[in-house]
Design a protein around this ligand. Structure first.
Ligand SMILES: Nc1ncnc2c1ncn2[C@@H]1O[C@H](COP(=O)(O)OP(=O)(O)OP(=O)(O)O)[C@@H](O)[C@H]1O
Length: 609
């Protein structure tokens, strides 16, 4: 859902930025967890590197002073001079080596860090509820957290470089202050306006990027729709490419325009601030030259001071502008950590009741109502009925009547908004959700077609048994998918889907047989099949159901189907209308009642006459 963009968003103030720095300790903890050794090595390398610039400058000063003495014939021999040159040369080589080493450690640590945090995001996402994934604000957070995996690597080296530069600056300042403390003041005057300017523009660009998150997701989606194997067929047939490209252009042009305006402003101000900086530097330089001419400073000292001043200026500039980037990064980090603070809403039973095996009474809905969090409409309301142990119940109703929602409640993908669901007299929320999941085999109409092997596509139904080939093959037999496997070149190891090399694409019905096999991977007490045979041909459907009745003996099952040939095999049929139960009974009973069921049944039967 597009939300108001850009300028309406609050921009972080300087105070907020300092506050965001509070995220850094958590960030360092993450770095530390990623790899202790690289973290330590990085710190040591940078500490040594911080002392090098001032040392080189100082040796340079000594060299120049010595050269002057020698040229005036005031020094005895050249030994000291060459020692100094050798020392500077050695420092230069060490500095280069350390720089390379730091880049190496940074990039290794950065890569590990990015993997580590990506895994953490996936792990945390796995604990969250379906409901939360359907919330666009949540999605924005997830997206920002995900973007951080790359951004954080850069932030990591930025923060470390910042610390290193601050130490380098301290060394240089000590040198400068020893000669003339006023120069430091001049330096600050030259730098502070640039810092404030940088800070302002970084705020704007953060607000811009943050405000555009929903549109960026749409942009990515357009890119995906426009160029993906899964979408190519429809895009071609409906001739959608022009439509998608137009939308992409509109969005991307808007991003471009917003960014361009900001970049031009930033560049213009940048020129002014650079002017101030150079002004400050040259004022200081003139002061130093005058003092040298007066004889108060040696030429070596002049080069040392001018060098220190120049380096300090660029260091300070970098530190200050990096401060904004770092604190900006720290604000992004807040998004990252906020994502980890999202707690699943589905309550976890503290002292779970042990799951009945076998189920004795069944599942009882007591005045159950459910409303999706982003909707005012009740998807299910006033549902009261019992799914008896070992009963096969079919759900019937028009599109949007609430059938899928009902089974999602049964599987605790959501908890009821009102009322409760009992299993053998105990609220479902009292059981361990993992026990419930283990005891439920469920296949939705929009099941996933994994771009993996045939066997893996079945194994996902019970991933703990992914190496149990006999179980996978038995499950395939139950759903008739085995006949298909036998026709494939690599049989159960055949890669499916076109995304990767040598993958084979299957028909809708063939995929459905595979999905159905997933339900048989578990020895579940409750099977839920949401339109399991909609894509099967008449013979396959008949055979699947003959088996289904046999295979689900002693188990409870819920079937959603629009086909009455399927529905009538159920023990009882529950008819839903606008989320409410309007009829429940066996096929014969419902036909006799001449209500909605009979009406729908005859409507479909007419079509076959
Ligand atoms: N994730 C969701 N967020 C908000 N509303 C939803 C969501 N999923 C379904 N709905 C709404 O809840 C109502 C019931 O949907 P549900 O999917 O349960 O219907 P259904 O009977 O299974 O339909 P169909 O026969 O088309 O599969 C519909 O009005 C639908 O718009």
């Amino acid at each position: 859902m597009p939300r108001p963009v850009v300028n309406t968003l609050p921009k972080p103030t300087l105070k907020e930025k300092f506050a965001a720095l509070g995220n850094l300790p958590r960030f360092f903890k993450l770095v530390w967890e990623t790899n202790h050794w690289y973290a330590i090595l990085d710190a040591i390398l940078r500490l040594i590197r911080s002392a090098i610039p001032v040392s080189i400058l100082y040796i340079g000063k000594l060299i120049i002073d010595e050269v002057i003495l020698l040229s005036k014939g005031l020094a005895a021999d050249h030994t000291y001079l060459w020692e100094l040159v050798a020392a500077e040369f050695a420092l230069a080589i060490i500095s280069d080596a350390l720089t390379r080493a730091t880049i190496l450690v940074d990039s290794l640590l950065g890569d590990l860090f990015s993997n580590y945090t990506s895994i953490k995001i996936m792990e945390h996402a796995a604990t969250l509820d379906l409901d939360q994934f359907e919330d666009s604000a949540f999605y924005d957070k997830l997206e920002r957290a995900r973007q951080q995996t790359v951004g954080r690597t850069i932030l990591l080296s930025q923060i470390l470089t910042q610390v290193q530069d601050i130490i380098t600056m301290a060394f240089l300042m000590v040198g400068l202050m020893a000669f003339n403390p006023w120069l430091i003041l001049l330096l600050l005057i030259a730098i502070v306006p640039a810092f404030l300017g940088e800070s302002y523009f970084n705020d704007r660009s953060y607000a811009l990027t943050r405000g555009q998150t929903p549109e960026r997701r749409e942009l990515d989606y357009m890119r995906y729709l426009g160029a993906s194997d899964e979408t190519a067929k429809e895009v071609k047939l409906f001739n959608l490419s022009g439509f998608l490209i137009d939308r992409f252009k509109t969005l991307s042009n808007k991003f471009y325009d917003d960014k361009k305006k900001l970049s031009i402003k930033r560049a213009s101000w940048g020129i002014f601030f650079a002017l101030l900086g150079s002004g400050g530097y040259y004022t200081a330089y003139i002061v130093m030259i005058l003092k040298t001419v007066e004889g108060a400073l040696t030429i070596g000292t002049l080069t040392f001071l001018a060098g220190s001043f120049r380096q300090l200026r660029s260091l300070l500039e970098n530190i200050l502008s990096r401060f904004t980037t770092v604190s900006q990064g720290a604000i992004y980090l807040r998004d990252f950590f906020e994502f980890f603070e999202i707690e699943p809403k589905i309550a976890i039973a503290k002292k779970p009741v042990s799951f009945p095996n076998p189920i004795k009474q069944g599942f009882t809905f007591e005045n159950v109502g459910f409303r999706y969090h982003n909707s005012d409409k009740w998807a299910n309301r006033h549902l009261s009925f019992t799914l008896h142990a070992c009963e096969k119940l079919a759900l019937v109703g028009e599109n949007g009547a609430g059938k899928t929602t009902l089974v999602k409640l049964l599987a605790r993908l959501y908890d009821p908004t009102e009322g409760r669901i009992l299993l053998d007299g105990v609220d479902l929320r009292e059981y361990d959700i993992m026990d419930l999941r283990r005891n439920t085999g469920i296949i939705f109409q929009d099941f996933l077609r994994y771009q993996m092997s045939f066997a893996q596509n079945i194994a996902v139904g019970n991933i703990d048994e992914q190496h149990n080939r006999p179980l996978i093959e038995q499950s395939a037999e139950k759903s008739l998918a085995n006949l298909l496997a036998n026709k494939l070149a690599d049989q159960y190891d055949q890669a499916l889907g076109r995304r990767f090399n040598n993958g084979v694409e299957l028909s809708g019905g063939e995929w459905q047989k595979i999905a159905l096999a997933r339900a048989y991977m578990k020895d579940a007490q409750l099977l839920i099949l949401d339109e399991p045979t909609s894509a099967l041909d008449a013979r396959a459907e008949y055979e699947v159901f003959l088996r289904f009745a046999e295979l689900t003996k002693g188990k409870s099952a819920v079937l959603i189907s629009h086909r009455f040939s399927t529905v009538r095999m159920a023990d009882r049929i529950l008819v839903l209308d606008k989320g409410e139960l309007i009829q429940i009974g066996s096929h014969e009973e419902l036909l006799q009642q001449k209500g909605r069921y009979a009406e729908l049944f005859h409507l479909q039967a007419q079509g076959y006459r």
